[in-house]
Design a protein around this ligand. Structure first.
Ligand SMILES: C[S@@+](CC[C@H](N)C(=O)[O-])C[C@H]1O[C@@H](n2cnc3c(N)ncnc32)[C@H](O)[C@@H]1O
Length: 288
């Protein structure tokens, strides 16, 4: 096995956050000058047991793992001790590493390592910027594969006792990103305010009051059920249920913190009958 030393400096020469500690001399297995393979791997929504078998196999064989903040520590612990781990995790307003630098890092690691795992919360291609990373790898001729993960929407809803679709209540389901741009949420409100559909909002906690106001202004009854799930699928999961009218005040009073997922629609009403009666769902019932 030949060894390759690489400085892994990002293109602008700036070294930030967890990346700093990995520089200056990272030693990885070389591959006879050929680039390695990058796997963009979904780690699921929080519960480590929701990892796929394919993800586990790739983690166990990785030379380097580049991971996000929301990846469960139990999943990172599945990697052998020799693996190079780089935390590029992002918290709201505290970006550890800009996306362009993460892309450049993946390219450099792939050129130096045999097997790179880019481990992302949920699914890599759902609000995870996996598409941008795949584009960067393709542009540099780096072979890559994508391993789907259980996304926050379907994983958290199921674990919280909320079926996202149901023949009697919701024939469609929309996933949207609710983060604020210049203090505003720019979404297609008429499409989101339709009846008989479920709306799932990622990254929407700060904008929740605006979200609820706009939905009502665009025709959704204020009595429509809505829930916020904090740290879904983990032992610290909290679920707050209300209506589009009452939820913002309830969330303020409960001081929820990210990561949170918002679910709006009639299907939220099914939770009473489903959540507390499904085995192992005690954590889903604590905060109502
Ligand atoms: C940048 S997005 C990444 C989504 C991820 N790629 C996926 O497929 O779930 C992060 C957002 O997903 C949601 N999220 C992820 N994990 C969560 C969890 N355990 N509980 C609640 N929300 C979660 C939150 O809205 C969080 O702000």
């Amino acid at each position: 096995m030949d060894e390759v030393a690489t400085s892994l400096k990002p293109p602008d020469g700036v070294v930030r956050g967890g990346f700093r500690s990995q520089v200056p001399a990272i030693r990885l297995r070389g591959n006879g000058g050929k680039p390695g393979v990058v796997a963009l791997v979904g780690a699921g929504p929080g519960d480590p047991e929701l990892l796929t078998l394919k993800a586990l196999r790739l983690i166990e064989r990785a030379d380097a793992i580049v991971h996000d903040r929301l990846v469960a520590p139990e999943i990172l612990a599945l990697a052998p001790p020799r693996v190079l781990r780089i935390d590029v995790g992002k918290a709201r307003n505290r970006h550890t590493l800009p996306q362009g630098e993460i892309n450049a890092m993946l390219v450099r690691l792939a050129r130096a390592a045999n097997r790179v795992v880019r481990l992302k919360g949920g699914d890599p291609y759902i609000f995870g910027r996996g598409g941008e990373e795949a584009e960067a790898l393709a542009a540099h001729g780096i072979p890559f594969e994508v391993v789907p993960g259980i996304s926050a929407a379907n994983g958290i809803a199921a674990c919280a006792g909320i079926p996202l679709t149901h023949r009697d209540h919701a024939q469609s389901c929309m996933f949207v990103a609710g983060h604020l741009k210049d203090g505003r949420m720019e979404l297609d409100w008429p499409a989101l305010a339709r009846a008989h559909q479920t709306l799932v909002v990622y990254m929407g906690l700060l904008g929740l009051p605006q979200l609820c106001r706009e939905l009502v202004a665009h025709g959704l009854p204020g009595s429509t059920a809505a829930a916020v799930v904090e740290r879904g699928t983990t032992p610290r999961q909290r679920v707050l249920v209300g209506t589009v009218e009452t939820l913002p005040a309830r969330v303020r009073a409960a001081t929820l913190e990210p990561p949170t997922l918002i679910i709006v629609g009639e299907v939220v009403n099914l939770r009473d009958a489903l959540a507390c009666r499904s085995a192992g769902a005690e954590a889903a019932c604590i905060a109502d």
